[in-house]
Design a protein around this ligand. Structure first.
Ligand code: ATP
Ligand code: MG
Length: 265
């Protein structure tokens, strides 16, 4: 089989924030590659620079040195048709219905009306919310709102979906279901997914590869190959292989630091 092309590549990324002349090194020498169509997660202690990295990948924030290449091209600005982002709190417009929320970015991008409608219908079906298309966000559960965010992102036909703690605000059961949903959507669409999560279990359960980041300044201290067969089943979480990989991640994170930030992991 031909190796998959690399869709995202970071080279020696470093990010220094300066607030009142006080420098904070958020990222240091971060280099990795993500093959097309893969599911990659990023875990690390709170404040280690994960969201900063995601914003740099998305072209929302610039790195201090180093670069990000998407399809071999340096990222210098957001690319809504190529990369979409799903945040922890679904950033839906409260006065618009579910359908209108999905249509809105497409209107801004100038997608023709018939095409917009067709994409919204398709994505609503994909995330299982066709019956809720005329509701407003406050009439939905947290998990449903996140599914609308995912549908809104996918309707833009991106190649890459970046997700920053998308299920962080959900209870454990809903979170688990959303993980399964996400895998189903990923398998149906073949998108490349880059997911930030505090949950080591979630990262391993969903991903092909988990990147482990150190305490600030964030560096990649480990690349864990999840190595579990697909489709994933919840029974796998109890397997010795799963436990061993999870332990390895935990040791990589905790060996690195005093434990600051681990409480929130
Ligand atoms: N816009 C900013 N200006 C100044 N400092 C910032 C800015 N954004 C983030 N930082 C700092 O950079 C560091 C990394 O922040 P970041 O939000 O990337 O961490 P994180 O890994 O996403 O944390 P969490 O898991 O809590 O979401 C922190 O010390 C933070 O204070
Ligand atoms: Mg963050």
């Amino acid at each position: 089989m031909m190796p998959k092309p690399i869709v995202i590549e970071t080279r020696h990324l470093r990010k220094v924030y300066a607030v009142n002349r006080q420098p904070t090194v958020a990222l240091d020498d971060v280099s990795f590659e993500i093959p097309e169509g893969s599911f990659v997660s990023l875990v690390g202690p709170s404040g280690c620079g994960k969201s900063t990295l995601l914003q740099i990948l998305a072209g929302l924030v610039s790195s201090t040195t180093g670069e990000v290449l998407v399809d071999g091209e340096p990222v210098t600005e957001p690319m809504p048709g190529k990369i979409t982002i799903v945040f922890q709190d679904s950033t839906l417009l409260p006065w618009k219905t579910v359908t209108e929320n999905i249509l809105f970015p497409l209107e801004i991008q100038g997608v023709p009306a018939a095409e917009r409608a067709a994409r919204a219908t398709e994505m609503l079906a994909l995330v299982g919310l066709t019956d809720f298309r005329d509701r407003h966000p406050h009439e939905l559960s947290g998990g449903m709102r996140q599914r609308v965010s995912i549908a809104r992102g996918l309707a833009q036909h991106p190649r890459i979906m970046l997700m920053d703690e998308p299920f962080g605000a959900l209870d454990e059961q809903t979170r688990l279901k959303m993980g399964h949903e996400l895998l189903r959507i990923w398998e149906a669409t073949g998108k490349t997914i880059f997911l930030i999560t505090h949950s080591l279990t979630e990262a391993l359960f969903l991903s092909d590869v988990v990147l482990v980041m150190s305490h600030r300044p964030g560096r990649i201290v480990g690349v864990i190959n999840a190595g579990l067969p697909r489709p994933r089943t919840y029974d796998m979480v109890g397997s010795p292989e799963f436990g061993a990989a999870r332990n390895e991640m935990w040791h990589l994170i905790s060996a690195d630091e005093t434990g600051e930030g681990l409480a929130e992991l």
